[in-house]
Design a protein around this ligand. Sequence first.
Ligand SMILES: Cc1cc2nc3c(=O)[nH]c(=O)nc-3n(C[C@H](O)[C@H](O)[C@H](O)COP(=O)(O)OP(=O)(O)OC[C@H]3O[C@@H](n4cnc5c(N)ncnc54)[C@H](O)[C@@H]3O)c2cc1C
Ligand SMILES: N[C@H](Cc1c[nH]c2cc(Cl)ccc12)C(=O)O
Length: 534
Amino acid sequence: MNSGAAANLTDPGKTKSVVIVGGGTAGWMTAAYLKAAFGDRVDVTVVESAQIGAIGVGEATFSDIRHFFEFLRLEESDWMPACNATYKLGVRFEDWREPGHHFYHPFEQLGSVDGFSLSDWWLRMPQSSRFDRDCFVMAALCDAERSPRYADGTPLAQGVFENVGDGQSARSNIAEYQGAQFPYAYHFEAHLLAKFLTKYGTDRGVKHITDNVVDVALDHQGFVSHVNTAENGTLSGDLYIDCTGFRALLLKQALGEPFVSFQDTLPNNSAVALQVPMDMERKAIRPCTTATAQDAGWIWTIPLISRIGTGYVYADEYLSAEEAEKTLREFVGPEAADVQANHIKMRIGRSERSWVNNVVGIGLASGFVEPLESTGIFFIHHAIEQIVRYFPGGRDDDVRRDAYNRSIEHVMEGVREFLCLHYVGAKRADNRYWKDTKTRKIPDALAERIEIWKHKVPDSESVYPYYHGLPPYSYNCILLGAGGIEVKHSPALDLADPTAAQVEFDRIRQKADKLVQELPSQNEFFAAMRANAK
Ligand SMILES: Cc1cc2nc3c(=O)[nH]c(=O)nc-3n(C[C@H](O)[C@H](O)[C@H](O)COP(=O)(O)OP(=O)(O)OC[C@H]3O[C@@H](n4cnc5c(N)ncnc54)[C@H](O)[C@@H]3O)c2cc1C
Ligand SMILES: N[C@H](Cc1c[nH]c2cc(Cl)ccc12)C(=O)O
């Protein structure tokens, strides 16, 4: 245990001590990363409650998560089997435009021809009614349920894999990475990742205490001096990381930092989740997260090894918890009959500042938006990279604190805009919930951007201007996939020669056809992995 309140951050030669309160995905990702970054030069303690459970519903990620594992020098074969992980090539949106329609937000950069985005060309000369199929190879791979790796483990070539770490070379991170779009992300069980990282962290010296923090003590400057546990006395450190989930025990409860609610623009504030056992030898493991629109929100379907993570995200203003659970059970079918439902109230928005005095909130304690684009673990990963970058030197760290807080605010506000686009941009308007999505307040800047996008598809000049994880092509996918906002092509394209664009559309179709033939299904891929492991 790390006791004594000595603040040694200004003393360069000394070990810095970090107390992480909360041992969910955020707590253990942070602990593991700090050890990978600073080794024995930082003293890390994680205290987690045995009584207060962590969130774990079967999560989907951004492709950027590979930088996290690379930083920890972990290969897929080290962690994927332990976390029931599968591959994700994108998000499949079902019924957002109209019943029976689907489109993808894939991990694939949108091409350009003669200086115009392929989406602009597509508006001028659509090859079919499917923007995603015409412009991205990945859409066909998702429809055909292909794996991003060949049966022998070779990855789908995208010109980016050569940058994947060899285990020794310099490690990359999200903000620095400027390469091509990585072609896949993962689905996994976040609580299993936390468990995996518990071993990773404790093997590298993280102190692990299972106990409840019952009190947070502040000094005369409003800095945390120590926390009291029920059975292990006091814990103190130079820096406290609040990973206590929606409770935000340190940041909100002890320091009273205000919360900026996003509820006015993103009303979905509840979820009911099921973990459904599934014989994946008989059921296809779709290589994408599915978000199926419902009467008062949407249902996620996340295929894992031997189970499906599913849940209904809804606004309690429109639907009761009982109705949501009933709809979800009907949606899943008899496999869910014996599975207990997990009802979750979600705090949607962000802490006004995530770093206050010597407390940094990471994970749900800092902020959260509904999981429509799988941003929760991305927020954690981004925050961890930023806290390492702006790691405090002492108490007079206002410049670093402000820079950190700005970057967290930008990520959350940018993602808020992106999510709002899904609702205001969905053609669906068949009941009160979906009608309200067309008249509800959206951020002013987004409203202005949408006016621009009606005449010029989103590009780096017209999307949210600060780093928030999402590239301009992602906005094109939602705008042209969800179909509720009419977008016109650039008039210049009526004058331009379309030959090169046609060649590009043909190339995409041919490449998609070839890969669908060559690549195994996810089921075949994981069966081969299992056979090789024996
Ligand atoms: C419905 C839903 C769906 C989601 N889907 C996705 C997704 O698809 N993709 C994605 O990236 N993210 C998703 N997320 C978010 C993701 O699950 C979380 O970001 C992630 O699990 C991190 O949670 P956390 O560690 O911040 O908090 P929690 O998991 O809530 O952990 C809190 C920890 O704090 C501890 N604790 C609390 N109080 C005390 C105390 N007094 N003393 C000691 N310990 C304490 C608890 O024991 C626990 O260990 C989803 C979240 C929800 C709610
Ligand atoms: N940083 C990006 C964000 C991104 C790019 N394409 C997608 C698709 C989906 Cl479904 C989620 C996020 C992104 C990354 O993860 O590579």
